[in-house]
Design a protein around this ligand. Sequence first.
Ligand code: GLU
Length: 422
Amino acid sequence: MTLSYSNETNGAWRTYLEQIDRVAPYLSHLSNYIDTLKRPKRALIVDVPIVMDDGTIQHFEGYRVQHNLSRGPGKGGIRFHPDVELNEVMALSAWMTIKTAVVNLPFGGAKGGVRVDPRKLSTRELERLTRRYTSEISSIIGPQKDIPAPDVGTNANIMAWMMDTYSTTEGHTITGVVTGKPVNLGGSLGRVKATGRGVYITGRHVAQKIGLDIPGARVAVQGFGNVGSEAALLFVEANAKVTHVQDHSGSIANAEGIDVVALIDYLKTHDGVAGFTGATAIDNEQFWEADIDILIPAALEGQITVERAEKLKARLVLEGANGPTYPDADDMLNKRGITIVPDVICNAGGVTVSYFEWVQDMASYFWSEEEINERLDKLLTKAMDDVWQSAAQHDCTLRTAAYILACERILIARSERGIFPG
Ligand code: GLU
C-alpha cells in the first residue's frame, strides 16, 4: 500500500528510501522483507504545552519514532531544533536501525525530537519542556522498550531530567531508560567524546586503506559541537591540521592550522566560530571549495549537494552528522573517486558507548574510561573492517556495503521471528 509520508520528494526520509533501494539488489531472498525497512514500526506525535516564565502557555510539537525493533529495544537520540519534523525524525530513526545493526549492537532504531529552538528558552523552560515531553512519550520508552539519548540540541542535563521524570512516575530510579546521562547518575565515562572518537577511529582506518597519511593532512570540519570538535582534536593529536571550520555563525580558515584547543575555549563564551582571531573569515561557499584532504560534515543532514560535491577537493569524507550527503551527491563523489565513510558507521561511536552505558546500568557495575575507549576502538575497527571487506566483495561503495551488512542482520531477524499472527 502507498504511504502518505513516502511521497515527500526532497527530505531526509527520501534520502533514506533511496539508500534502501540501492541495497535491495544485493539482498537476494531477504529482499522479500525489504518493505519492513521502508516504514516505521511506530510513530508518536505529541503536544507539549508548557508555562513560560512570563506566565503565558506555549505549545510545542514532539515526536518519538520507533523505526524497527526486530533486533532489540529501540535506540536513538532526542533532537531539540526548530526544523524538527516527522519526516526528519523518521529518517533519523531509520538510520539508527541501520547503525545499530552495522555495529551489531542488540538494538533496533528510534529517534525523537521537539520542534523548538532550545537557545530561546530559559533553563527553567527547557526543564519544563523536557519533563512534559518525557511524560508524553513515557508509555513507549523504557530500558527494555526504547532508550533515548542526546542528539543535536540536547545534552547530559536533559537526559538527567528525562531519567528523573520517568523514574518519578514509575516510583523508583531507572537509570537505564536513557543513555548519555551525567556520570553521577549512571552515565558512562567516555560517552560525551565517543561520537567524535568514532569519527577519528573509522577515519584513521579508511585513510590507511586508501593510502592517505594523517600526519600533515588538511582537515575541514563543518559543525563544531560535541562531534566536530572532538574529532578535530583527535586529528590534530595525530598531527593533521584543521585548516577550515564552518558552523551556523560562519566559516573560518587558517592554512597553517587552526588552534583547535583555543577555538574550543573561544566557544565557551561565544555562540559560534565567527570572530575567532586565530583564523580568517571566509565566505560560506568557499568552505566547500577549500584545498583539503579530509572533510568532516558534523552538523545537520542535507549539506553535501551535488553542486558542492562537484567542487569538493577532499579525498576522504567522514560523515560525523547523520545524512549529510544527498544520494546524487553521493554518486558524484563516488564518480570523482572520493571515498565516503558513511554516517551509519562513521558516527556510530556515540551509540556504541550508549550501549556500554546501558550494559553498565543493567549490571550496576562501571568500567574505567580506558576500558571503554579500548572496547570502542575494538568494536568500531572490526565493524569498519567488515564494511571494507563487504565493499570489496560486492564491488560497491562503503555506504552500500554497510547497508548490506545491516539489512542482512535486520531482515534475517525479521524472517526468523516471522509475521504475527502467522
Ligand atoms: N544521537 C546519536 C546518534 O545519532 C546517539 C544515539 C544514542 O546514543 O542512542 O547516533
